[in-house]
Unconditional design. Sequence first.
Length: 300
Amino acid sequence: MTAELHCSEPGTQGVRRITRTHIGKALEAIEGKKLSAEHVHTARKELKKARATLRLLRSAIGDRQYKRENAALRDAARPLSKVRDSTVLMDTLDLLVERFGAPARELPADGLRKALRRERTETRRSVLQSTVLRAQREALRGVHERAARWPVGDHGWSVVGAGFARAYSKGRKAFTTAEKDRSPANLHEWRKQVKYLWHQLQALQPLWPGPIGELADQAHLLADYLGDDHDLSVLRVKLMERKDAVPTPSARGMLFALIDRLRTELRDKAMVLGKRLYEEKPAAFAARFGQYWRDWQRKR
């Protein structure tokens, strides 16, 4: 069975199956003795999807079990995030060069690149060891086994829709907060909520593939804008910590200016897209998808 909903099964059982599939894929990615950055990327991606679909089951399994399983998935992903962060900073520096061309290429940033490359190597060496991830594997096996027994019942939109409406509402509130104050913390929180919504839309896409797929693509693009902004923010902090990696104050000032300029562009794009994505009030948004669900169920 593929990880998508089927109208022939109760909604909560379908979402549980999808969540277990994502957990299983994450576990499979880090089971090997020799792990690569690609394995880490796959595991992180699947755990994000699992946490998003788990939110659709919260009303069924209860707050206590939901919090337990969500914490287990979150903690399992933490060491994997360290590898991702150390890798993406190199890509973020390349993003500046791609956007600004010659002004960015001419900056004496070789020292910064070497420092980032060294940090990436050290992080990979420390994390990508079977002993380091032993606890994460055990935790994921536990969640995967427990998930088969989650008391999800035979519910449909009454449960799945409640989780979906909650995610949209939290994302809409995070957007309003970030719109008023574009602090890194506010933007990071909004980004998390956007990703949950994106993965939930992916799971719900069988309800009406075209329109929901287009909405999922918008959420994906928004998450990318916010993700690039976050990575630039981290790069900025790294540059402040490693001033010796860029030899002159003028070069550092130019690099800071380019980072800030690109961040402004990305945040402006994110606000425009966010206004479109979160245009509806949560009740109307959930009601619309509830109708999609009922129409889909009639196809049984």
